[in-house]
Design a binder for this molecule. Structure first.
Ligand SMILES: [Cu+2]
Length: 166
């Protein structure tokens, strides 16, 4: 995806640069006839329309599609050195919104499956609530750990919750 965005950006920049150079050359060639000026204005209008269309089509999916209303909201508060999670069970195969914040220093809220693989993580930042939406496909016990070093008790910042079987 990054390569596609980069390629499109480079092509559009090349077209804009070419247009700019053409406009400068035309402006430097002295008086132009009304016919040439009309063609130039048409060209600028066409390029502007193409630019708007490309921008709308290429930028709509970013930064990401707005997710559906979550089936559950989980409020997570981090502190030295604990997690407070306001539920111990979340639903299966439905979007769950995690609202993560901290009462002291920055922590890293990371959720792992039973195999220890990190499924998602976000920073817990003082004075701000970070939201992560996630849909769990497998029931079981999920582990929470701090992924941002936050002091001597950092490794004790562990918790867990359950994804309910249907
Ligand atoms: Cu930590």
């Amino acid at each position: 995806m990054q390569m596609t965005v980069l390629t499109i950006s480079l092509i559009v920049m090349a077209i804009l640069a070419w247009t700019f150079i053409a406009a400068v050359r035309a402006a430097g060639s002295g008086d132009v006839s009304p016919k040439v000026e009309s063609r130039r204005n048409q060209l600028i209008a066409v390029l502007a329309v193409i630019g708007v269309i490309i921008s709308v089509v290429s930028l709509r999916p970013w930064p990401h599609a707005v997710s559906a209303a979550p089936a559950a909201v989980v409020n997570v508060s981090g502190g030295q050195w604990y997690w407070e999670i306001d539920t111990d069970t979340v639903p299966l195969r439905q979007p769950v919104a995690f609202n993560v914040h901290t009462v002291d220093v920055t922590h890293g809220f990371g959720v792992m499956n039973e195999a220890g693989q990190i499924l998602f993580q976000t920073q817990a930042i003082p004075g701000y609530v970070n939201r992560v939406d996630y849909t769990f496909d497998t029931p079981g016990t999920y582990r929470v750990a701090c992924l941002e070093y936050c002091g001597v008790g950092h490794t004790d910042m562990r918790d867990e919750f359950t994804v309910a079987a249907e």
